[in-house]
Every structure is written in structure tokens, then in C-alpha cells.
Design a protein around this ligand. Structure first.
Ligand code: CTP
Ligand code: CA
Length: 225
């Protein structure tokens, strides 16, 4: 029995969630990425599906399996994630950017494996487009949610991201702590919105936390309609 949540308040709604990392190739055998496991995004997808939503997960490389019933699109690079999110966003009611997007890509990806030379090697990196900000700039009725992964100044940085990206909510995540966030089954987050003062959600497993995040998102969705 699922005691955590039996609400069906997302029936008839489309929820699009990005999860995991994006990777940026260096050459055919190497890439740049980050420590995101995808667990938070997958938990959000499962929770939204339980509440009756039609759920599309756009996922970077992970070891995770999507909950049966959740539509899964696998991507690797930030460019691929951007294309898919832009497409899915048009028909979404709620979009959640839980992915840890690589901020830079390699300027010139080598066609062949780079050989070591005994000399130092410099990679030139070019900043990636900000997908969340792009969605924020074309947003119509959708509820748009982003994450903020911070090691310091969480409140200030999350508030700035809320404004600069035109999101309806930022889920602030302290990634300096070893017991929550990246790779963990538990997380503890603070929700930043324009109207309310920050809502601190206590540490719990990512699934239960997802339902608490969705409670606030659903409230926003209802008040917009
Ligand atoms: N994000 C995005 N596209 C990027 C980078 C980030 O859509 N190129 C999204 C993330 O999915 C997340 C939010 O923006 O929902 C914040 O990501 P974060 O890495 O915390 O912030 P950045 O804007 O990338 O700024 P910085 O890493 O410099 O703090
Ligand atoms: Ca970033």
C-alpha cells in the first residue's frame, strides 16, 4: 500500500522532467560530465505518474530504470537535451529541469582518440545554452521548475536563478553535504518561489520529497487556471 500519496491531482496533465547529467564528448572515447545520478528526476517522474500525470522523462546516461508507464527519452549531450525539452515543453503543463546540465562543451571534438604526447594538454570549452532560461523566455501557461545545485550561498543563488531564468519555482539543493543530493537516496531541499518565503522541506527519501515538491507545484498549477 502506498501510504505516501494516493492523490490523483495530475490526471489529464502532462509533466516533462529532465534527469541525470549531460555529457560532452572530448574524443570518441572520453567525455566531460558531473556526479548527478538521476535519482531525483526519476523519483519526481514516478511521483507525478502515481498522481495520474502523463509523464515524459528526458534522461542523461544513468543506471536507473524508469517506472513502467513513464515515457523515457535518452539523451547524451546538452544540445540533445535542449532540442528534446524545447519540443516537449510546447505541450507540457509542468516542466521540471532536474538534470545537472554540463555548463560547457568542448570547442573541437576530436575525430580520433587523442594520444598523449608528454606535453600539457589544453581543452577549449565553450559555454552551453541555458535550457531552463530558454524555456522561461517562451513560457506561456506552463509551470516551470528548476533546480539550483549550490555549495554555498544557497538562498541568494537560488533567488537569483528564480528571477534570471523566469522560473515559477527553484528547488534549492545544498550539494556540499555528503548525506544528501548527488547519488544519495535522500535529499533535503528548499523551495523558492516569487510569492512565498522559502519553504524548507525536511530530509527524507527522494520519492517522498518528490510528492512534497509536487504538492506545491500542483497548488501553483491550480491557482493559474
Ligand atoms: N540548467 C539548464 N541549462 C544549463 C545549465 C543549467 O537548463 N545550461 C538548469 C538546470 O537543469 C537547473 C538550473 O538550470 O534546473 C540551475 O542549474 P545550476 O547548474 O544550479 O545553475 P547554472 O545556471 O548552470 O549556474 P551555475 O552552475 O554557474 O551556478
Ligand atoms: Ca551549472
Amino acid at each position: 500500500i502506498n501510504k505516501i500519496n494516493s492523490k490523483k491531482d495530475l490526471v489529464g496533465k502532462k509533466v516533462v522532467i529532465s534527469a541525470g547529467s549531460t555529457i560532452e564528448p572530448i574524443d570518441p572515447v572520453r567525455y566531460i560530465s558531473n556526479y548527478s545520478s538521476g535519482k531525483m528526476g526519476y523519483a519526481l517522474a514516478e511521483a507525478a505518474f502515481e498522481r495520474g500525470a502523463s509523464v515524459t522523462l528526458v534522461s542523461g546516461p544513468t543506471n536507473l530504470l524508469a517506472t513502467p508507464g513513464v515515457k523515457i527519452n535518452r539523451i547524451k549531450t546538452t544540445k540533445e537535451l535542449e532540442r528534446k525539452m524545447n519540443e516537449e515543453f510546447k505541450t507540457a503543463d509542468i516542466a521540471i529541469m532536474a538534470a545537472a546540465v554540463s555548463d560547457y562543451h568542448v570547442a573541437k571534438v576530436a575525430n580520433n582518440k587523442i594520444k598523449k604526447t608528454g606535453e600539457k594538454l589544453t581543452l577549449e570549452l565553450v559555454q552551453n545554452p541555458d535550457i531552463l532560461k530558454g524555456l522561461g523566455s517562451v513560457k506561456e501557461k506552463q509551470i516551470l521548475v528548476g533546480f539550483a545545485a549550490e555549495t554555498n550561498n544557497l538562498y541568494e543563488n537560488a533567488q537569483n536563478k528564480l528571477l534570471s531564468k523566469h522560473a515559477d519555482m527553484i528547488v534549492g539543493n545544498d550539494v556540499s553535504r555528503k548525506d544528501i543530493g548527488f547519488g544519495n537516496d535522500d535529499n533535503e531541499v528548499t523551495l523558492f518561489t516569487l510569492k512565498n518565503s522559502p519553504i524548507k522541506l525536511p530530509k527524507t527519501n527522494k520519492k517522498e520529497l518528490s510528492h512534497k515538491i509536487l504538492d506545491v507545484i500542483v497548488e501553483k498549477l491550480m491557482s493559474k487556471e
